[in-house]
Design a protein around this ligand. Structure first.
Ligand SMILES: *Cc1c(COP(=O)(O)O)cnc(C)c1O
Length: 469
């Protein structure tokens, strides 16, 4: 194992100094703080492209885009310039009574890039907040049009929509949710189209279609009380990178129309080129994508620079709120940093890169390379499957590999099989953070073929170590 990490832990050098000061006061997200006793944190001094560098010169390949946000690399010159320019004009002003150039231009461009019916942009400052916006807006729409009984939401099993109470309520990842269950409203959970559970020989498409029928039945039964269905298009990222066929999105759109229910597409993780198209909803159909009633974007929106999120919706929904003040139909929701100018300027710089460079085409090449670099793992005795949607590739480890679906025995979560993979990768200069027994690659789009090969090599070695124990 490389020594810088261990040295840092043992208490010499600049890294150790930052670690000590951090542990005195900082409480880290999504961490059991006691784990830092066995797995030292990495103090980051700087970032460049796909690499993060610590205070002693050790570099780490950011294999999961700093939690799926960084798409064009750290210290990207174009984005840096845009941010610096904006800083000299306006960092932030409240946006209830004021507007500013970057917010207007970003709204125009997002409306231009997303499906036609989406014409209005409501800003929030992180993904979870955008989820809250969509849930409240959908409910409020139905109330404004005289259907106040539509108070419930349908979500998919194994879904994830964030950590605030409303967002957590419509999620279904037990690890994050169970503790807080007494605090949460109850969604109606629909079977997931997640193709991991397809039958032997069954195609992704056939399985996702079968699951769409169940969703339609559920909506038929609950239409009177349901405001909206919320889903993550194509990949349930926090739900162990489980994936499904785009046909499901088309079927869901039809079901929502048939039963008078809103369709909320949470593209917070999958938007901005991650799945092989600019937005995942575009893949719903061979000819054209589907348009949800609400589309939520964050993460890649600012290329991993600034906290910013948007909820796009239709003119039709907007009009249900547009009335004299005394009708109290307005959407009186706000966050202090709504429409932050630095965030909007960063997002504009991000969109400029999409407009000027063949990002999606290059992603197709990189995705093909990720596939080739990992295909040998499909035959590994403890790999259930290697699955991929565009720039997300996941390798699921299993204890007993048998024929699909239900007789593949997972490892007990308590064994934490992802940890040895994490540790081995780190010792080789690659940062990855497996979701329990699922190792995945979700790199910035500026990664190159050699760097993908490095990720694939250390993942393969790490999986060998983790599964031979
Ligand atoms: C990350 C994520 C969120 C929450 O966004 P935050 O900015 O972390 O609050 C919501 N939905 C999906 C699909 C996500 O991946």
């Amino acid at each position: 194992m490389r020594s810088a990490v261990n040295e840092a832990h043992s208490g010499t050098g600049e890294n150790a100094n930052w670690i000590q000061r951090d542990l005195a006061h900082v409480w880290h997200p999504c961490m059991q703080m006691k784990d830092f006793e066995i797995q030292p944190m990495i103090p980051v001094k700087s970032g460049k492209g796909v690499w993060l560098e610590d205070f002693e010169g050790q570099r780490y390949l950011d294999g999961i885009s700093s939690w799926w946000v960084n798409i064009f690399g750290h210290a990207n010159p174009q984005i840096n310039d845009a941010l610096k320019n904006q800083l000299d004009n306006l960092a932030h002003c409240m946006t209830a009574n004021f507007t500013h150039g970057p917010m207007v231009e970003l709204s125009e461009q997002l409306v231009g890039l997303t499906p036609g019916p989406l014409q209005k942009v409501f800003f929030a400052d992180n993904g979870s907040s955008a989820i809250e916006v969509a849930l409240k807006m959908s409910f409020h729409y139905w109330r404004n049009v005289g259907k106040p009984k539509k108070t419930r939401f349908v979500a998919l099993k194994n879904s994830y929509h964030g950590e605030t109470l409303g967002a957590l309520a419509v999620g279904d990842v037990e690890l994050y949710k169970e503790t807080y269950d007494p605090l949460l409203f109850k969604p109606i959970l629909a079977p997931s189209p997640d193709c991991y559970y397809r039958e032997a020989g069954e195609s992704w498409e056939a399985y996702s279609k079968r699951q769409a029928v169940k969703m339609d039945e559920l909506l038929a039964k609950h239409a009177d009380e349901v405001a909206a269905v919320i889903i993550e298009p194509l990949v349930q990222c926090a739900g162990y990178m489980r994936m499904y066929h785009p046909v499901y999105l088309k079927r869901l759109r039809e079901s929502c129309d048939r039963h008078g229910v809103h369709f909320i597409a949470d593209e917070i993780a999958v938007g901005f080129g991650r799945t092989g198209s600019l937005f995942a909803c575009e893949q719903a159909d061979n000819s054209a994508g589907v348009s949800p009633d609400f589309m939520l974007l964050s993460k890649g929106l600012t290329a991993g620079y600034m906290p910013l999120a948007v909820c796009l919706t239709t003119e039709h929904i907007y009009q249900a709120f547009y009335d004299d003040y005394n009708t109290l139909k307005a959407f009186l929701h706000s966050h202090s940093y709504t429409g932050n100018a630095l965030g909007c300027a960063t997002a504009l710089a991000t969109l400029k890169i999409f407009a000027e460079q063949p990002v999606i085409a290059r992603n197709h090449e990189l995705a093909a390379h990720m596939q080739q670099a990992t295909e040998h793992l499909a035959d590994h005795p403890h790999v259930a499957e290697v699955r991929q949607t565009g720039m997300v590739l996941a390798i699921e480890m299993v204890q007993n590999k048998a024929s699909r679906p239900a007789d593949s025995t997972p490892y007990p979560w308590q064994e934490r099989r992802g940890v040895p993979v994490y540790q081995h990768a780190l010792s080789q200069g690659v940062f990855m953070r497996p979701l329990a027994h699922v190792v995945y690659f979700m790199p910035p789009y500026v990664i190159n073929e050699q760097e993908i090969d490095l990720m694939a090599r250390v993942a393969t070695e790490g999986i060998d170590i983790a599964t031979n124990q």
